[in-house]
Design a protein around this ligand. Structure first.
Ligand SMILES: [Zn+2]
Ligand SMILES: [Zn+2]
Length: 119
């Protein structure tokens, strides 16, 4: 974990799930991405946000942003390894290209879910 140094954009930092990192690097579409952030119970202002693909949200039954502290027993296990740092500008350009559209903007997105299984 640490600051990402992008050959194109320099320093930056953003958490994405590993599937999103792969999609951005490959410049391939991954619809239905969601930004969720959670804070520890003793410091509600310290939000740790991450972009997740629909498979990660489904696999871990991720609760709505901020609804559960990440040190709570209710917080899904196995989420922290999903937080992969990457260049925020690369991610922004990937979204700007329409490759990471939100699910609510794309009703047919569910049909694409199979693309990210089978790893
Ligand atoms: Zn994922
Ligand atoms: Zn970059």
């Amino acid at each position: 974990m640490g600051i990402v140094i992008c050959p194109k954009h320099g320093h930056g930092f953003l958490y994405n799930c590993p599937h999103l990192v792969a999609a951005v690097v490959a410049h391939s579409p991954l619809p239905g991405v969601e930004y969720l952030e959670y804070a520890p119970s003793d410091d509600p202002a310290f939000l740790i946000g991450c972009w997740y693909c629909p498979a990660c949200v489904a696999a871990h039954c991720l609760p709505p942003s901020g609804s559960v502290p990440f040190d709570s027993e209710k917080f899904p296990e196995g989420v922290s390894p999903l937080l992969q740092p990457m260049c925020p500008e690369c991610f922004r350009q990937w979204r700007a290209a329409g490759l990471g559209s939100r699910q609510d903007a794309e009703p047919g997105a569910a049909a694409d879910r199979g693309l990210i299984s089978g790893s």
